[in-house]
Design a protein around this ligand. Structure first.
Ligand code: HEM
Length: 534
């Protein structure tokens, strides 16, 4: 009886009840917002969305426009979750400064996020892993396996081989005057180098790109060992792109809002596809190793190192502390995945930007060439060895200046495990704090004439540089474990480039452009090339 009456009342007043519920929700949202602790300046959020409508799909652009309005310490909301952004060196020191796990409060990459768990990264791998024990284990493993001199020497050999092949294609393109799309070529070079290093399976995506361009109907005969290579690399780019989406957006929006729902599903399907591929790679290589007699050497690759760790065929004798067992499949695939997600488009994007700048400033290009000539005594096939890299001081300064001017990772986060005082404001534990690396390294307070591309600042003024104003690979406990490998790849390519070609931007006035995909992926960097004339 009562239920019937209640139903009639609800039915007759349906819209009033819905409206009242919404009004109450909105009022409650703003009561909470205006009474929040430690109010920082920042854009006014709206219920459910937070500031999503102002951020859109270009987070670095929004972070910069908020900074110009609200200063170097501000907050924004995604749904009802608060995020903080800093762009000052003294604040950055609090986040990135401490060098030991014991002393740092900012040991996490981000606050708890359901989306990160859905991607399978919350307790696995490295970059977004919040489980300190497994993160620390995986990290030690990756650092040791990718920064040993023997690994780096192999990396030089392989990178040189891929470069040689690419330059053959470029010479053919030069003859017909076809411009070179740098981001496309750097991507395929990265794919061939990283996937081959990681899996031991020779990739041929550079040949595939050349064949696709159909230059003078010439075709490369080089065949890779893995047909799905380019598809796999593209899936990794999508996976990287999905990280910011899954980390920032509330599950409610991702799962229910038209447009977002399909993107969410695409990212989850992509994750599943990658995991299947990783499993296949691992089981195939495991079988190959089992079928290789003990007295025959194994082809070295990161996957082989991972599979043989703590077995009788241990290649590198990597010591990661208490665990002396062979790695479990889950550990194995999460470390391998991190090599791809961390290594693929970071290095290729960074080198693309370097090439943009040196194509724009010919005097800088010629200075690098002079240095190469001095260090190697010749420009005809310089003998690239690891030990020579530290002598390439000018080249190093150019790479640093390029990252300073336009970093591929321009906004990156950490989160603390305890409350932290920032300028008298308490930032609560488990709040994601982003550092706007690009704003820091383009701030005239820290860098004179920041808009000027001036590599000399890294040679002459390095001592006086404000600490924590430039963090190309981060700093402290979570500093990039792949930096040595990345530098080796970039320098090997640049040595060969300056000694082989003269380069020029097709559009001399082209600005640096990017597409945001967690990292900034360069677009529209096109070059004319000509064989070097002495
Ligand atoms: C020029 C190329 C690269 C740039 C600019 C770059 C930059 C960065 C930055 C800024 C961080 C954050 C560090 C921090 O929190 O202190 C990072 C983390 C990371 N990078 Fe790189 N990186 C590059 C290449 C690579 C390569 C080649 C690998 C492959 C092994 C890699 C793997 C990673 C991983 C796994 C992390 C997460 C580390 C952790 O959370 O413990 N990166 N990178």
């Amino acid at each position: 009886m009562f239920a019937d009456k209640l139903f009639v009342v609800v039915a007759n007043n349906f819209f009033t009840i819905i409206s009242l519920t919404i009004v109450t929700y909105v009022i409650q949202f703003y009561i909470n917002y205006f009474n929040r602790k430690s109010k920082l300046p920042g854009p006014l959020p709206v219920p459910i969305l937070g500031n999503l409508h102002q951020i859109g799909n270009d987070f670095p652009l929004a972070a910069e426009s908020f900074r110009q309005k609200y200063g170097d310490l501000y907050e924004f909301y995604m749904g009802s979750t608060r995020h903080v952004v800093i762009s000052r060196a003294d604040l950055a020191e609090k986040v990135w400064g401490p060098l030991s796990i014991k002393n740092t409060k900012f040991i996490m990459r981000n606050a708890y996020s359901e989306g990160v768990d859905e991607l399978g990264l919350g307790t696995r791998g490295m970059v977004l892993n919040r489980d300190i024990e497994s993160w620390s284990f995986n990290r030690k493993f990756l650092v040791q396996s990718t920064s040993s001199p023997s690994f780096l020497r192999e990396a030089i050999k392989l990178t040189s081989k891929v470069n040689e092949e690419v330059f053959k294609y470029w010479r053919i393109m030069e003859k017909v005057g076809m411009p070179i799309s740098i981001p496309d070529w750097m991507d395929v070079i990265g794919i061939d180098v990283v996937v081959t290093t990681a899996t031991g399976k020779r990739m041929s995506s550079t040949a595939e790109l050349f064949n696709k361009l159909n230059v003078n109907e010439q075709k490369s005969e080089i065949k890779g060992m893995w047909n799905n290579g380019i598809k796999f690399a593209e899936a990794i780019f999508t996976y990287n792109e999905s990280m910011a989406f899954m980390m920032l957006l509330s599950p409610f929006i991702r799962r229910n809002f038209p447009g977002f729902k399909s993107i969410n599903q695409k990212y989850l399907d992509n994750k599943t596809w990658i995991n299947d591929q990783l499993e296949k790679m691992i089981s195939e290589r495991r079988k190959e190793i089992e079928n290789t007699p003990l007295d025959q050497p194994l082809e070295p690759s990161i996957l082989t190192i991972l599979l043989t760790t703590n077995t009788e065929r241990d290649l590198e004798k990597i010591s990661v502390g208490k665990n002396d067992q062979p790695l479990a499949n889950d550990q194995l695939s999460s470390i391998l995945r991190e090599v791809f997600t961390g290594g693929l488009d970071t290095t290729s994007n960074t080198i693309s930007y370097v090439i943009y700048f040196i194509a724009k400033y010919r005097d800088i290009y010629l200075k690098i060439r002079d240095e190469v000539l001095k260090v190697y005594g010749t420009l005809d096939n310089p003998n690239i060895v690891l030990e020579s890299f530290e002598k390439l001081k000018y080249m190093d300064a150019v790479i640093q200046e390029s990252i300073r001017s336009f970093p591929t990772i321009s906004v990156i986060s950490r989160a603390a495990t305890e409350d932290v005082d920032f300028d008298g404001f308490t930032i609560e534990a488990d709040t994601t704090v982003y550092t706007n690396l690009k704003a820091l390294s383009n701030n005239p307070k820290y860098f004179t004439d920041p808009e000027k591309f001036n590599p000399d600042r890294f040679l002459n003024d390095k001592g006086s540089m404000v600490k924590y104003s430039f963090l190309p690979f981060g700093n402290g406990v979570r500093m990039c474990p792949g930096r040595a490998w990345a530098m080796v790849q970039m320098k090997t390519f640049l040595i060969k480039l300056v000694s082989t070609f003269d380069i020029e931007l097709v559009d001399k006035n082209a600005e640096v452009k990017y597409k945001y995909a967690t990292v900034n992926r360069p677009v529209d960097i096109n070059l004319h090339i000509k064989a070097r004339k002495d």
